[in-house]
Design a protein around this ligand. Sequence first.
Ligand code: AVI
Length: 333
Amino acid sequence: MTVSADAFADDVRAHLMRTPRQLPTAYLYDALGSALFESICELPWYPVARAEARLIARHARDVFRRFGELSTIVELGSGSGEKLRLLLESGYNGSRTSSRRPLALHLVDVSATALRQAERALSELDHVRVIAHERSYETGLDEYAMDRHPADQALMVFLGSNIGNFDRDGAGALLGHMRASLQPGDALLIGADLVKPASTLRLAYDDPLGVTAAFNRNLLVRINRELGGNFDVCQFAHRAVWAPEASRVEMHLVSRVSQRVRIGAQGPRADNAGGAADLVDITFAENESIWTESSYKYSPEELVLNLQQTGFRLLKQWIDRDDGFALTLAEAV
Ligand code: AVI
């Protein structure tokens, strides 16, 4: 989705007017945000990507063994493409490359930067055809479903615990949408971070190097740049909160002082073809927060239940006990 400045402005305004104030999570991932997220994945305190990579490397062959002639992989939230590349390199049977048609890789991601990186990383592999969808998950799924050949056999992959950034209802709705884009016998491979001690989770989302803080605050930098905002970035503190009753880590930006922020008042935006954005003019109280992200954490059983409730049957679940992460393979029924 090439997000227009107007859509961005509308989303920002609507979310900031909510109680409590919010900003839409998807906008964390501009070029710098995507790079910061890749850095987060290298941090010793954020083991999600490494735990998942270990499981993929160990069990990828089991995943592909389930298929006769796989024709398509659809990845939601492909990011840099590294996860899918590892899955293919670790498990995709080389002998299948003798089949006539190359394996179609549909990559769905809202970040243009990430998609370009993923396209590069995956196009280097033999016998694949990469189709990039710069779209939201839902629109990307619809595009794929409209395009698919009835004889295709598909594996959908949703890795990196991206499911965790949806609330329970949203996750159910998205799983239902995935199921609707698949046919019986297709499969879904999903990676999800599990509930773990509060202190471990707090460190994962408020690291001593401040990389996650930079990732969070960069959203304000982006709003200043793209929408003509005047956020004083230093006056907003990063805060990560574990909310056990909701089983989620929340990221917030907390106003250090009482301050007024205006968006769209700094003159016209660079691409101001369709008129100036409406003005946002907010006075933040000291300690008032903007909620920017939720990362829901799961139990293995809840994941399986969610899959069953949305039209899937469990095939296999692999768990990394060291870092609390589950990789689950399910079949569309
Ligand atoms: C992309 N997503 C699954 C990450 C998460 O853990 O919620 C994003 C992230 N936010 C802070 N650190 C990582």
